[in-house]
Design a protein around this ligand. Structure first.
Ligand SMILES: [Cu+2]
Length: 379
């Protein structure tokens, strides 16, 4: 058994994990320990040393850390740190539990923002209190499985990855350890990075699109095993749950499809806030499964459904399609006050499985846009 398949220093999960690790899908992960990748740090060190460094503290979604929309000055090295947390979370109001795997403790992991041609330098910490091996694959990065091959960290290990953000857009990142990729991703271990064009976002005519607010919605499908009575099962650990979760995953039928880690995580008191006139950028990722965001009573004025800013945005969208493994961006100026539902417009997933959030918008009502000419009246 090669070193790359060593899941954990703890033995508990060895049986299940090794079985998974031998799946043919991972045969391309020959570089998982970085062993046969030849890097040449000297070639780039001199260049990197001249660049300004900026340390960014990540924040919990749906919020996004402070950033400038246009880059200031030359490309920089943007330093991030994420600590992997394996933790039990409750994913609905019935107390259903998932042994989640998370970047920095949240599902999804935090949104990172840089500008095109900046260098992302991530310190990835896997504390020795964790049970599992993890890594990170950035869809925005080039080479080495998106960095997955260079960041395999066992409990107690830390890795530092640096990559150049050459392409502008919103991109998924996710954990992808050999043999366990879908388990880790559907256990919550995914997030997104936004690489802004250095000159900021533009509309279809090349004019600036400045946003007043940005929110990050991470959509997550969970596969919680059920017992013979149809009740969701509880487990002592991720390892104990693994065989049943694997069978539930293979049905391709999620038991929960949620925004930001749980049913109702973005509703009620946690609704996303805006005012009439606010220009809001909604970033939406789905690391595993297709989705189709829709703002009920609003629109996507400018939408990059697949999230890549070198393409002109589509205008005036009602619903947009984000394929699994991608992140999209929608820009909307709110016109009316009220509560808006923001949903996956597979309405079964929205209303029965959880894929819905709320925007709470304050301001004055515009009768010209809509008015109740005759309120519902009997007779
Ligand atoms: Cu992981």
């Amino acid at each position: 058994m090669s070193e790359q398949f060593r899941l954990t220093r703890r033995s508990m999960l060895a049986g299940a994990a090794v079985a998974g690790a031998l799946a043919p899908v991972v045969t391309s992960v020959a570089h998982a320990e970085g062993g046969d990748i030849k890097t040449n740090p000297a070639a780039t060190a001199a260049n990197i040393a001249t660049l300004k460094r900026v340390k960014v503290d990540l924040v919990r979604p749906p919020f996004v850390h402070a950033h400038t929309q246009k880059a200031e000055g030359a490309p920089k090295v943007i330093e991030f740190k994420m600590t992997i947390q394996e933790k039990k979370i409750v994913v609905d109001d019935k107390g259903t539990e998932v042994h989640a795997m998370t970047f920095d403790g949240s599902v999804p992991g935090p949104m990172m923002v840089v500008h095109q041609d900046d260098y992302v330098e991530l310190t990835l910490v896997n504390p020795d209190t964790n049970e599992l091996q993890h890594n990170i694959d950035f869809h925005s990065a080039t080479g080495a499985l998106g960095g997955g091959a260079l960041t395999v960290v066992n409990p107690g290990e830390t890795a530092v990855l640096r990559f150049k953000a050459t392409k502008a857009g919103v991109f998924v990142y996710h954990c992808a350890p050999a043999g366990m990729v879908p388990w880790h991703v559907t256990s919550g271990m995914n997030g997104a990075i936004m690489v802004l064009p250095r000159d900021g976002l533009k509309d279809h005519k090349g004019h600036d699109l400045v946003y007043d607010k940005v929110y990050y919605v991470g959509e997550q499908d969970f596969y919680v095993p059920k017992d013979e009575n149809g009740q969701f099962k509880k487990y002592e650990s991720a390892g104990e749950a693994y065989p049943d979760v694997l069978e539930a995953m293979k049905t391709l039928t999620p038991t929960h499809v949620v925004f930001n880690g749980a049913v109702g995580a973005l509703t009620g008191e946690n609704a996303l806030q805006a005012k009439v006139g606010d220009r809001v950028l909604i970033l939406h990722s789905q690391a595993n499964r297709d989705t189709r965001p829709h703002l009920i009573g609003g629109h996507g004025d400018y939408v990059w459904a697949t999230g890549k800013f070198a393409n002109p945005p589509e205008l005036d969208q009602e619903t947009w399609f984000i394929p699994g493994g991608a992140a999209g961006a929608a820009y909307y100026t709110f016109q009316q006050p009220g509560i808006y539902a923001y949903v996956n417009h597979n309405l079964i997933e929205a209303f029965e499985l959880g894929a819905a959030g709320h925007f709470k918008v304050t301001g004055d009502w515009n009768d010209d846009l809509m008015t109740a000419v005759v309120s519902p009246t009997s007779g």
